[in-house]
Design a binder for this molecule. Structure first.
Ligand SMILES: Cc1cc2nc3c(=O)[nH]c(=O)nc-3n(C[C@H](O)[C@H](O)[C@H](O)COP(=O)(O)OP(=O)(O)OC[C@H]3O[C@@H](n4cnc5c(N)ncnc54)[C@H](O)[C@@H]3O)c2cc1C
Length: 489
């Protein structure tokens, strides 16, 4: 197996990785851009797969924002690729990354190439003097009765179906969870012709009142908020604050949804339950950064206001590991504009460290730094105003499945806590919750909430919620054939 070499390896072609790859290549570095998906743009600019019908591509445009920036970046990738300055490798899932063991130093990314649907996935190896991790985030979930019924989706999943396939998952939808991301999902579904019966927002909204300073730094977000409010009114979508979806029921798929009011601590208010008819449910409790590669590489992490661990970076997005940078949601969930600008800053720092001239002028660079600071302050305000309900675990019945891969119930998690487990890691050791195919991506937050509500004296219970990132040497399932090819080499 040959190894393709570059000055900079970028993993992730979302807003952060795209901006970084283009900036670095414009600055004269040879860049390889790897992404697990079939197209450029990540979650924010998810599009139908290349080759999809033109009608589908144009009908999904309405779900997007700032397509001008997307078009400029994708055009740049095409031009830079033609010049041989940038190699874009779609359908390449990096399953691990490491410091290169050769004499030249640098890093190696081990990927599975799934580009040819008719052939077996192939092992590929890429090396770079420097590496940028821009692997984004995934939806954060909390368990509730019936959350594993067909018809229950993550909010991001509903959005991905709209943007990537032009498909609405159902006709009558209830959206729940917390955070501003629920709004574009509800509006997108309504634009696609679905009836959105309610958006159940667990927080009261009052938390924003204490965040006036953070809001004043990002006036664009206020405009966006007002636009969504107008769209909700236009489609007659009720927004119910301090309300949550607590059950989905149906024979073989969702037929009805129970919602309830929440107390300030996130406990269900007795007698406040309501039943809504629905065939589809979309739930999102914010996002969790996709940290596998950063953890494997040894990057230092810190806690963020939403309870996630995130990669520690300096003003140039350099991590604690020399030569490794990080940008976008892996450094903290904060939206596409932040991701884009962090990617730009990361590339400028890599150019400076490589002795190259900057691509961005000094005044513009200063403006970008200010923008990043303002969006980070906004992100902290958003996390503070939309916390996970601390007492969520109390209303999850013993029969509810918490870890869906290993089929571990809430009752089994509680029994493990009674036996002495004090955090999600110990629960995993006793029950296998988090050891299955998704490696805890779906259940980690739920297990942590159950531990806290079952054992208020647990070491983690009084502290702010912090979900520890797991070390996964193999970040994603990888066929043995690909590993064999690697070992032959
Ligand atoms: C399902 C989902 C839908 C979302 N939809 C929206 C939306 O509609 N509007 C909005 O404002 N925000 C949305 N978000 C939030 C959004 O993630 C960010 O605001 C923005 O896209 C972050 O940019 P990023 O570059 O950090 O990460 P992303 O855009 O997530 O890009 C990360 C990229 O890394 C790739 N990747 C990850 N791991 C690997 C690996 N091991 N090997 C190779 N490639 C890898 C992914 O395929 C992805 O393309 C969504 C998030 C999720 C999880």
């Amino acid at each position: 197996m040959t190894t393709e070499r570059a000055d900079l390896l970028v993993v992730g072609a979302g807003p952060a990785g795209l901006a970084a790859a283009v900036t670095a290549a414009l600055g004269g570095l040879r860049v390889t851009l790897l992404d697990a998906g079939p197209g450029l743009g990540g979650q924010y600019w998810r599009h139908p797969a290349p080759g999809a019908a033109r009608e589908l591509r144009s009908s999904t445009r309405r779900y997007h924002h700032d397509l001008r920036t997307y078009a400029a970046l994708t055009d740049s990738v095409a031009r830079l690729a033609e010049r041989g300055a940038l190699a874009y490798r779609p359908n390449h899932q990096v399953w691990t990354a490491a410091v290169s063991d050769g004499t030249s130093g640098g890093f190696v990314a081990h990927a599975v190439d799934r580009g040819d649907a008719r052939a077996e996935p192939r092992a590929r190896r890429y090396s770079g003097s420097r590496l940028l991790v821009a692997t984004g985030a995934y939806d954060r979930q909390l368990p509730f009765e019936g959350w594993d019924l067909p018809g229950v989706f993550s909010a991001g999943g509903l959005q991905a179906l709209l943007k990537g396939n032009g498909a609405r998952a159902g006709s009558r939808v209830v959206i729940g969870g917390t955070g501003p991301f629920l709004l574009p999902v509800a509006v997108g579904l309504a634009q696609a012709g679905a009836e959105v019966a309610a958006v159940c927002e667990a927080s009261s909204g009052a938390g924003w009142l204490r965040q006036a300073r953070a809001l004043s730094g990002v006036p664009g977000k206020l405009v966006e908020g007002a636009e969504y409010a107008a769209e909700l009114a236009r489609y007659r979508i009720p927004l119910r604050p301090r309300t949550a979806i607590i059950a989905a029921r149906g024979d073989r798929r969702v037929e009805e949804v129970t919602t309830a009011r929440l107390s300030a601590q996130g406990a269900v208010v007795p007698g406040s339950q309501r039943t809504l008819v629905a065939d589809t449910v979309g739930v999102g409790w914010g996002f969790a950064p996709q940290l596998d590669l950063a953890v494997t590489l040894g990057c230092e992490l810190t806690g963020s206001a939403d309870g996630n661990e995130v990669v520690v970076v300096d003003a140039g997005q350099r991590t604690s590991v020399p030569g490794v940078s990080a940008a976008g949601e892996v450094c903290g969930v904060g939206g596409a504009v932040l991701a884009l600008r962090e990617g730009q800053l990361a590339a400028e720092a890599v150019l400076a460290d490589s002795g190259r001239e900057p691509v961005t002028g000094a005044a513009d660079l200063e403006r970008v730094r200010r923008l990043v600071a303002a969006h980070r302050a906004f992100a902290t305000a958003m996390h503070t105003a939309h916390p996970l309900p601390p007492r969520w675990g109390e209303q999850v019945g013993d029969d509810a499945t918490v870890c869906r891969c290993e089929e571990v119930t809430a009752g089994a998690v509680r029994a493990a806590v009674d036996e002495g487990a004090g955090d999600a890691r110990q629960v995993k050791q006793l029950t296998r919750a988090g050891m299955g195919w998704c490696q805890g991506r779906m259940c980690a937050a739920g297990v942590e909430c159950l531990v806290r509500s079952t054992r208020p004296d647990a070491p983690s219970a009084g502290a702010p919620l912090r979900m520890p990132a797991s070390e996964r040497l193999v970040a994603t399932p990888v066929p043995l054939r690909a590993l064999v090819a690697e070992s032959d080499a």
